[in-house]
Design a protein around this ligand. Structure first.
Ligand SMILES: Nc1ncnc2c1ncn2[C@@H]1O[C@H](COP(=O)(O)OP(=O)(O)OP(=O)(O)O)[C@@H](O)[C@H]1O
Length: 285
């Protein structure tokens, strides 16, 4: 083993540096996954419990230490159960070689990829404009890398090219398909009438109906971008990783969708560029 340098009694080698680098990247990916979601609160709860356990142990309070020790004993299993959605998302990221590679390369070199799927996002924007104006409720899930079969199977298969007319027909209140969510993958509407997981986040505004909670819930559980339009107010939100943006201009919505599809999202997703800058990137059609 070739040692690089010494810190006190510690010999630091190349392997140690690579080890620290990889752990940092891993922790950063985990942080990105749970940032802003309810998992952060759970994690802080577990941390508080663990600190309490250490204090109780040091103070030799045997009864409390035994009770807390029981919790700590099943800690790993409890973590797997509690963080199941985050673990799923993390494994999905690793499993999708391309995205992991992109994330990795982006982290070290701000490298960006080209999105090759032919997908006219303007159709979504035009449909959203009409849906907002007519106060027609809508729920649209964009998936970049997976077909989301599990969720698609809760609805009816469609498999048609994305078009404004088709979206307006699906969400028309008089059609049997209008209930639930539409899933869009690789420029195609894969399914309609899909049931999404509802967010249990207590911090969501009280006026959020089930549709908006489902949008946030889906974004917490999967690596998707979800658009919801309220039936009551015509308001639109975009949800991603358990966070949501509202009061966006349609140009900004288009920009966010393109950023997501091109895998070019900023580290702080909630940052929204001014409209002038947005229009440079998404020329009017
Ligand atoms: N878990 C879910 N998955 C998919 N779609 C859902 C889910 N929950 C609700 N929806 C859709 O949202 C529609 C409206 O739900 P609800 O009446 O609770 O919301 P709302 O208060 O009208 O919300 P909004 O103002 O956002 O339209 C439902 O008819 C259904 O189409």
């Amino acid at each position: 083993m070739i040692f690089l340098f010494k810190i006190g009694f510690l010999d630091v080698s190349w392997v140690d540096l690579v080890d620290i680098g990889l752990v940092s990247i891993l922790l950063f990916q985990v942080y990105k996954l749970i940032r802003g979601s309810i998992a952060v609160n759970i994690f802080l709860g577990i941390l508080a419990l663990y600190l309490m356990y250490l204090i109780v142990l040091a103070a030799q309070m045997e009864l409390l230490a035994t009770i807390l020790g029981q919790f700590m004993g099943v800690g790993v299993i409890a973590m797997i159960v509690l963080f199941q959605p985050e673990i799923r998302k993390f494994l999905l990221v690793i499993g999708r070689g391309t995205e992991f590679r992109e994330n990795f390369l982006k982290t070290i070199g701000n490298w960006k990829s080209d999105y090759n799927d032919d997908f006219d996002v303007q159709q979504i924007i035009d449909a959203s404009k009409t849906l907002k104006a007519s106060k027609t409720g809508a729920l649209i899930v964009f998936s970049r890398d997976t077909e989301l079969k599990f969720y698609a199977e809760t609805g009816d298969p469609v498999d048609a090219e994305v078009s404004k007319r088709l979206l307006l027909t699906i969400f028309n209140k008089t059609t049997p398909l209008h209930d639930g969510a539409v899933i869009i993958y690789k420029g195609r509407i894969k399914a309609a009438r899909c049931v999404l997981p509802v967010s249990e986040n207590d911090h969501l505004p009280a006026h959020f109906g089930l549709r908006h909670r489902a949008a946030v819930g889906m974004s917490e559980n999967t690596d998707t971008l979800v658009l919801a339009i309220s039936e009551e107010t015509g308001r639109l939100i975009l949800a991603r990783n358990g966070k949501y943006l509202r009061a966006l201009k349609l140009k900004q919505v288009e920009h966010k969708i393109l950023q997501y599809l091109h895998n070019q999202e900023p580290a702080n997703w909630e940052e929204v560029e001014e409209e002038e800058e947005v229009s440079d990137l998404t020329p009017a059609k």
